[in-house]
Write a protein that binds this ligand. Structure first.
Ligand code: IVH
Length: 687
């Protein structure tokens, strides 16, 4: 292969070596594009490896040849992700949903009304698959990938550049071969994992005792938010790009021309998108993909319909968080029949006894289902579910499977009614129901199953996120009586761990390091991890912001808790109740003695308050965003915008065509910014 580049041996001069490195970079980039973007390679693996090795060798002989967009530099030198706040110059919007053909037609009618279109003038749309991954935004400057961020709140995401660089279908450099690349562009799309990769990762995690992911989407999110880009690189993430944010370049006249331009620049776009001449064609597309989408190697959860014309999009604009020119059609949840083999009781961390149906395994929406929660006894009676019944199950919102109904006609008469146990199936302790509650609970404070669940919750991803302590490994530690409550984790030693079957010193060190790392988790995670009833991740965040420390939360009374926005009387009572129990109180404090130091959030959040107290006036034409968008950004960062310039104005952002406001700003000596300077301010994040 190297002959094609005139390789003539070892005695090349510096400029020859530089030229050779550039030729290799181009060739490898081209082959990467063919392989990862077009799925149509034209070189053997061995041929590719030879090119890659040659480039690596050249670069290690002479490191000055290394460029940041070299294909060898996807995994940079030991750079960790900072997850620093990454403000989006143009916010990342979400989409309104439609659940029926009627709602899709109503969307079309709304657009025609808004645009005042004649009855016989159809609107052209682009129909795209709605990929079920997570949205990312990648910024290219002068053709080079300079930054990548998650969606986050839509206005501020997290910087995941080192991780995104490892995604092979995301080019490090845009191609200029067919169409000049824009000087600056934020390309947006979806990061995803294929079914095969998802299965592979879960199988690997299962083997190593780490916890498994519920679905490809969660696995993709977990893979993208790894501290170590090396782990992300091993996860086989892919992307499809379908939208843009800030843009400086030749104007793109339609969604379709955007997709075509992306293709030309070497960006991966989904091959199944289609221009539809009218809403009727959109409906046909939706019907066509209802079943066909199941044959794809990745998850989709609907169809995104976009007005094709850019000028129409601009005329339509956005409402709150979603554009008026696009909508997401969601397919109904897939329903499948199966049999209830048994009804078993699961004991939760609060002692709640939850009946769970053990099902004959079936595939629903791409995953195998063998359990479905029945919530409580009342629910079983209401649905009249019996052991042996044939039932209809569905995955609601692609999460926990549920039983929709019993197929009565399929009953043989041999079905048996389920009776709730009179004692806790885990510890044999007494059970009882609090007044007004449907849930039966184990009343034994020392129930081992409660402790097990509590611990699982504590180490879980949304909690203290202790890697390498998946279900099985934690069970081993509990069975060996090394760990009874969360505080025991922080007392574990190397000797304790290596005594566990199949735990070598390397793994043991990894577990200890992960436990150690969790000592400084954000306070919100710590509060969530305690497992207080009704305190989910969002409530935990509010509590962390309001109280700033565990001690302050422990001392809070019901009144002061209930006074907080979004915290009602029920949650307030549950928190007070939780800490009134000396076991919980002592545990929370004991953890601190063991060096667990949850980190309180900055108050006020410094990244999102970048413009606190500042007043902006926009005048003239903005290019990267509309004026309302710019104003929304200022507001999101804590500032104000005004339509007139006064001595109280801090900044005037002036674009082409600015008139009297600019003059007044000069007269009052108000700081005047060009749009590019304003954009640079948005990008700047406090350290
Ligand atoms: S367009 C302003 N196109 O769906 C346009 N989104 O429910 C914003 N998604 O946050 C999005 N496939 O993560 C668009 N072909 C597609 C999509 C798509 C998946 C996701 C995206 C977005 C969410 C909105």
């Amino acid at each position: 292969m190297s002959d094609a580049f005139g390789d003539d041996g070892l005695t090349r001069g510096t400029s020859e070596r530089a030229a050779r490195a550039e030729a290799l970079r181009r060739a490898i980039r081209e082959h990467d594009h063919r392989y990862y973007v077009l799925a149509a390679p034209t070189i053997s693996d061995a041929g590719y490896d030879a090119l890659f090795r040659e480039l690596k060798d050249l670069e290690s002989e002479d490191p000055s040849l290394i460029t940041s967009d070299s294909p060898t530099q996807r995994l940079g030198p030991n750079i960790e992700n900072s997850f620093a706040p990454a403000p989006h110059i143009v916010p990342m919007l979400s989409l309104d949903n439609a659940f029926s053909e009627g709602e899709i037609r109503e969307f079309d009618a709304r657009i025609r009304r808004t645009l005042n279109l004649a009855a016989d003038m159809p609107v052209e749309y682009v129909a795209e698959l709605k990929i079920d991954g997570l949205s990312i935004s990648a910024t290219y400057e002068q053709g080079a990938l300079v930054r990548a961020a998650t969606r986050g709140t839509g206005t501020v995401g997290e910087d995941i550049t080192p991780n995104a660089r490892t995604i092979r279908s995301l080019p490090l450099r845009l191609s200029d071969a067919i169409l000049p690349a824009p000087s600056r562009i934020e390309v947006r799309g979806e990061a995803l994992l294929s079914h095969d990769e998802f299965a592979r990762i879960n199988a690997e995690n299962e083997l190593s005792g780490a916890s498994t992911f519920a679905n490809p989407r969660n696995a993709a999110a977990g893979s993208l938010r790894q501290k170590d880009p090396g782990v992300t690189a091993s996860r086989g993430l892919e992307v499809f790009l379908y939208a843009s944010g800030a843009y400086e370049g030749e104007p793109l006249e339609s969604q379709w021309s955007l997709l075509e331009a992306y293709r030309a620049w070497g960006l991966r776009v989904n091959p199944h998108s289609r221009v539809c001449a009218s809403i009727d064609d959109v409906v046909v597309f939706i019907e066509e993909w209802a079943e066909r989408r199941r044959t794809l190697p990745y998850d989709t959860d609907g169809i995104v319909v976009k007005v094709n014309s850019r000028s129409m999009q601009e005329a339509l604009g956005s409402v709150s968080r979603s554009p008026r020119w696009a909508i997401a059609y969601k397919y109904p949840a897939e329903q499948v029949r199966t049999r209830v083999l048994d009804i078993v009781i699961q004991v939760g961390m609060s002692g709640a006894l939850t009946p769970v149906a053990a099902l004959a395994p079936v595939r629903v929406g791409g995953v195998s289902i063998s359990r479905a929660t029945l919530h409580n006894e009342d629910e079983i009676r209401r649905k009249d579910v019996r052991i042996g019944d044939t039932v209809v199950v569905q995955r609601a919102g692609e999460v926990i499977p549920e039983i929709v109904e019993v197929v009565r006609d399929a009953r043989s008469g041999d079905e048996t009614e389920f009776v709730m146990p009179e004692a806790c199936p885990a510890c044999g302790g007494a059970v009882g129901r609090a007044e007004g509650e449907a849930v039966l609970r184990c009343l034994n404070p020392a129930c081992p199953e409660k402790a097990r669940r509590r611990l699982r919750h504590f180490v879980s991803r949304a909690g203290m996120d202790i890697e390498n302590l998946g279900g099985k490994r934690l069970d081993q530690l509990m069975d060996a009586e090394l760990v009874r409550d969360p505080s025991d984790l922080y007392r574990l030693t190397m000797d304790d761990l290596v005594a566990i079957p199949r735990m070598g010193p390397a793994l043991a060190r990894g577990v200890l390091a992960a436990i150690d790392e969790s000592r400084s988790r954000p306070l919100a995670r710590f509060i969530y991890a305690l497992g207080i009833r009704h305190v989910g991740a969002r409530t935990a965040e509010i509590l962390a912001e309001s109280f700033g420390s565990v001690e302050a939360l422990i001392d809070a009374d019901e009144e002061s808790l209930a006074a907080i926005d979004e915290i009602g009387a029920v949650i307030a009572a549950a928190i007070v109740d939780f800490f009134a129990n000396p076991v919980h109180r002592d545990m929370a404090l004991k953890l601190q003695d063991l060096g667990v130091r949850p980190v309180a959030p900055d108050r006020p959040d410094s990244a999102s308050r970048l413009f606190a107290g500042k007043t902006f006036v926009f005048t003239g034409t903005l290019e990267a965003m509309t004026r309302p968008q710019a104003e929304a950004r200022v507001k999101a960062l804590g500032g104000k915008s005004s339509s007139s310039v006064s001595a109280r104005t801090d900044y005037v952002v002036a674009g082409p065509g600015a008139g009297s406001k600019l003059e007044k700003a000069r007269a009052l000596e108000v700081t005047i910014l060009e749009e590019s300077e304003f954009l640079a301010m948005l990008e700047r994040t406090p350290s």
